[in-house]
Design a protein around this ligand. Structure first.
Ligand SMILES: O=C(CO)[C@H](O)[C@H](O)COP(=O)(O)O
Length: 227
């Protein structure tokens, strides 16, 4: 038997996969919720669904290969039809914090070039206002200490992400600074301010990018919220 949170994640992932149609180019998200969407997509492909996918991380690409989901690249296509990805927090107006898994840069690139972004999340990630979860900011390693100080001057408590004793390195060779802002009332303003700092590559704020949010509940039901 699955634990209730896994139930919720699985329900959201599988529901989102039902929006995929034959011939689509599909973005594969990253994380433990996206895992269930990718599993379902793998099962659909096994049953004959003809799609191609672009993965948002090396981990998701490896899973896709295991499941024999055909992968493509931006060299072949610059437009995706649908992107299914997880979230750390989703607000009532569908703004999203991502990056808990450290894949935010590729996730944002894939989301930006997708006609439709479907965010999948368990019910506990749905919040009135963003900010309880620290905001991941991907930074260039050169000068990260100075970049971190600038982040602090914007009003956050910055913490360099570690993996055990080592600094966490993203798939792109960068660092992540997790920024605790507290309540984020104006996500677009924060996102713009962060992007003004040299050394900041991308932030985990996905402001008004989600077209649909599929919430999974512990009892295995789902709810779709749209703009
Ligand atoms: O943004 C992400 C990775 O960069 C993930 O989608 C996010 O952290 C949610 O992960 P999970 O589904 O495991 O809770």
């Amino acid at each position: 038997m699955q634990d209730p949170i896994t139930n919720a994640k699985r329900a959201a992932g599988e529901k989102a996969a039902s929006f995929i149609r034959p011939g689509m180019i599909v973005g594969l998200g990253t994380g433990s919720t996206a895992y269930w969407a990718i599993q379902k997509i793998g099962a659909l492909v096994k049953d004959g669904l003809d799609i191609q996918a672009i993965a948002t991380s090396e981990a998701s690409a490896a899973l896709a290969r295991e499941l024999k989901i055909p992968l493509t690249t931006f060299a072949e296509t610059q437009r995706l039809d649908i992107d299914i990805d997880g979230a750390d927090e989703v607000s009532e107006n569908l703004d999203v914090i991502k990056g808990g898994g450290g894949a935010l840069l590729r996730e944002k690139i894939v989301a930006y070039h997708s006609k439709q972004l479907i965010i999948i999340a368990d019910e506990h990630k749905y919040v009135p206002t963003l900010g309880r979860f620290p905001l991941a900011v991907e930074v260039i390693p050169f000068g990260w200490e100075a970049t971190g100080s600038k982040l602090q001057s914007l009003g956050c408590r910055p913490l360099l992400r570690a993996k055990g004793e080592e600094i966490f390195i993203t798939d792109n060779g960068n660092y992540i600074i997790d920024c605790s802002f507290g309540t984020i009332k104006e996500p677009q303003l924060i996102n713009d301010a962060l992007h003004n700092i040299p050394g900041v590559v991308e932030t985990g704020l996905f402001v008004q990018m989600a077209d649909k949010v599929v919430l999974g509940y512990e009892d295995g039901t789902t709810e779709v919220r749209e703009k």
